[in-house]
Design a protein around this ligand. Structure first.
Ligand SMILES: *Cc1c(COP(=O)(O)O)cnc(C)c1O
Length: 497
């Protein structure tokens, strides 16, 4: 299968080029040029997670042999990085409601499912394109992605990672996770200021021609690990299939019976993979897009107008605090008739006016499959409390948003189709918020998140995930703090340029 850009379908790219490049040269997103490969569900029954991953991913990687893909997924999911043998286990809450736990990886959040795989795919893609370069991942992070990228790329040959994080603007647990990172090829630096400063600094460096030039003379090349990279979407399709197959295996779904998925959404990457799975033949009834107070997507699905001109709020579900959901462009391309001129028009309007509008026909197509609503912080905390009291099951704030939105969905539609809520983070990673929902304030007042997590484990009788348990005792390996103006020198020094 070859690929083209959502903004121009004349030029074709190989899978390896797409993985190496990240964003298409015309500013669009890469997308398969051919029809979606159908996946015969009956052939997948009884497969292990790694076998399933290879079966689903291989048709998208034409120049890779099946054995090569199998070895890539083995490196990602076959070792000891995931603390559950099923990789993405399903937790049954009631007869018709399930949680798909995507937080058994090394950073306790769903980005591990993609970022444990992408580095190996990137290394192999470089081999395929015949480039003798070292891929340099340069990124600014406000939390989950940076740590998941560090874990994924750590000690992967042919790659280097430089992560800048804002001194103000990551949680204590997230900071601790980053400064204790192991690996000979990783470099973590704190920048004085907030996330916007840090991100602006990284963007300048990535755009600088003379830096690229210097790097290429030393066999170095920037690559991207962010969620618009096609290589992050591929592994995310797998768990939609595994969840469905688990319910078929247990007899809880009849052949052909459809399911709903509820997905806590930010950049629209996770839910888009669910949409692709449905295109490949997974029996999906509705995809429910759950948002927080930054509900630009909910308004979009309800009104047919994307409008980013609105205040930005910090919420208890920070990974969903986003006003421009980049991956939505891929959905519009697919459902809007694969017409790049329409995409260009919408994206130009988004750039110029901060908004664009769909026609009524397209909006109808969208809402036949998608449904969306949002939850406030209060509703999020209430969902954590209620789920724990009624079922002794603990939710992180992102997953709790999805749970609250699902209640709204049921009330609004009366739909009783079996439903899988995609659980994107371990509750212990957001211990402070979860404690607020469960415990009287005097029990944790004045304590840090690193102290609250074990307290929460003790109160609930649940096990603290090993990566978080080890955090307090890990030595600090990265203690550099710099000014925003020193980011360039830091990169040059680190790469010996
Ligand atoms: C990144 C993230 C999300 C949002 O996923 P998108 O693919 O950006 O929509 C939700 N929850 C958690 C915990 C995340 O880390």
């Amino acid at each position: 299968m070859d690929y083209y850009s959502t903004r121009g379908i004349d030029k074709l790219y190989t899978a390896a080029e797409v993985i190496m490049t990240g964003l298409a040269p015309d500013g669009g997103l890469f997308i398969p040029a051919g029809p979606w490969p159908p996946v015969p569900l009956k052939d997948l029954a009884g497969m292990s997670y790694t076998a399933l991953a290879a079966a689903i991913i291989h048709p998208f990687l034409k120049q890779f042999s099946k054995a090569e893909v199998e070895s890539l997924v083995q490196e990602a999911y076959g070792g000891t990085s995931f603390d559950h043998p099923d990789i993405a286990p399903l937790h049954r809450l009631t007869d018709s409601l399930y949680f798909l736990e995507l937080w058994h990886g090394p950073t306790c959040a769903f980005k591990d499912l993609a970022l444990q795989f992408l580095p190996h795919l990137l290394r192999k893609s470089a081999e395929k394109t015949g480039e003798e370069t070292t891929a340099v991942i340069l990124t600014a992070t406000s939390g989950d992605t940076g740590k998941a990228a560090l874990e994924g790329f750590s000690d992967v040959p042919g790659t280097k990672v430089i992560v800048f994080y804002p001194l103000e603007g990551v949680s204590e647990i997230q900071r601790r996770q980053m400064i204790t990172q192991k690996g000979k090829n990783v470099h973590v630096v704190a920048v004085r200021g907030n996330f916007d400063h840090t991100q602006a600094g990284v963007k300048e460096l990535l755009a600088e021609g003379s830096l690229k030039h210097k790097m290429s003379s030393r066999g170095l090349k920037f690559s991207s690990a962010n969620s618009i990279n096609w290589g992050r979407l591929l592994p995310q399709m797998v768990y939609y299939f595994s969840a469905y197959l688990d319910l078929r295996r247990s007899g809880e779904l009849k052949p052909g019976e459809k399911v709903n998925f509820v997905v806590p959404t930010g950049n629209f990457g996770n839910i888009l993979a669910g949409f692709y799975a449905s295109r490949m033949g997974l029996p999906v009834h509705r995809l429910i897009c759950a948002a927080n107070r930054n509900h630009v997507l909910t308004d979009f699905f309800r009104e047919g107008r994307y409008n980013r001109n609105r205040p930005f709020f910090r919420t208890l579900s920070p990974s969903m605090d986003i006003l421009v959901s980049s991956n939505l462009e891929r959905l519009l391309f697919e459902l809007g008739g694969r017409d790049p001129s329409r995409i260009r028009a919408w994206m130009n309007r988004l750039l110029e006016n901060g908004s664009y509008r769909l026609n009524a026909a397209l909006q109808k197509t969208l809402t036949a499959l998608f449904w969306s609503h949002y939850a406030t912080d209060d509703e999020t905390l209430a969902a954590i409390g209620k789920t724990y009291r009624e079922h002794r099951y603990l939710l992180d704030p992102h997953t709790a948003v999805a749970r609250a939105v699902y209640e709204k969905y049921r009330a609004a539609t009366g739909d009783r189709v079996k439903t899988i809520i995609v659980s994107t983070a371990s509750p212990f990673k957001f211990a402070e918020s979860v404690a607020h929902a469960l415990l009287p304030p005097e029990q944790f007042a004045g304590r840090t998140a690193l102290e609250i997590a074990p307290l929460l484990a003790k109160t609930t009788g649940l096990d603290l995930p090993t990566p978080l348990l080890d955090l307090a005792s890990q030595p600090v390996r990265h203690d550099t703090v710099i000014e925003r103006s020193a980011m360039r020198t830091e990169v040059l020094d680190h790469l010996n340029l």
